[in-house]
Every structure is written in C-alpha cells, then in structure tokens.
Design a protein around this ligand. Structure first.
Ligand SMILES: [Zn+2]
Length: 90
C-alpha cells in the first residue's frame, strides 16, 4: 500500500465520521439511547402490562361490572383503576 492510499483511507474515514456527526445532529436520531430513555421505555411497557392485567382481573370483578352498567364498557372500579394506573401498592 502506498502512502497516497493511506491518505485516501484516512480521508474516507474522516468523511464517515463527519457523516456520522451530521446524522447524530439530526433531531430524533438517537443511535445510543440513554439509560433514562431506556428506563422510560420500560416504564411505559410496564404500565401497559399493568393495565392489561387490571382489565383481565376486572372481568371477574362485581364492582367493575357495576361501574360498566353506566354504559362505559371500559370502566373500572376504584381498586382496578388504581391498579391499572400503577397506584396499587400490591
Ligand atoms: Zn374491579
């Protein structure tokens, strides 16, 4: 490999680094999500799982059935609403 080829390789490496910098500068581009982002993502997933569990249990709950009598098919009793929202200490 000649000296000129070394220089070309270096130049192309610099171009790649510059392109990567431009990409990272774009809004919404985040190739390495921070631990905080990952924690937030996890919290959202946990919330979905918790809400699904609350709705599943509400099928057998007389208080939920009572709450649904008003016409809202997704209504929850106070206990199951608290569980779905993650306010249940259990
Ligand atoms: Zn209930």
């Amino acid at each position: 490999m000649t000296r000129r080829n070394d220089r070309r390789t270096l130049a192309s490496g610099e171009r790649v680094a510059a392109a990567a910098r431009r990409l990272r500068a774009r809004p919404g581009w985040n190739p390495r999500p921070s631990a905080a982002d990952a924690g937030q993502e996890l919290a959202v997933r946990l919330g979905e799982i918790r809400a699904a569990a609350a709705y599943e249990q509400s099928a057998d709950c007389p208080a939920c059935a009572e709450a649904r009598r008003d016409g809202d098919p997704d209504a929850l009793c106070a206990d199951h609403l608290a569980q779905a929202l993650g306010l249940d200490p259990r």
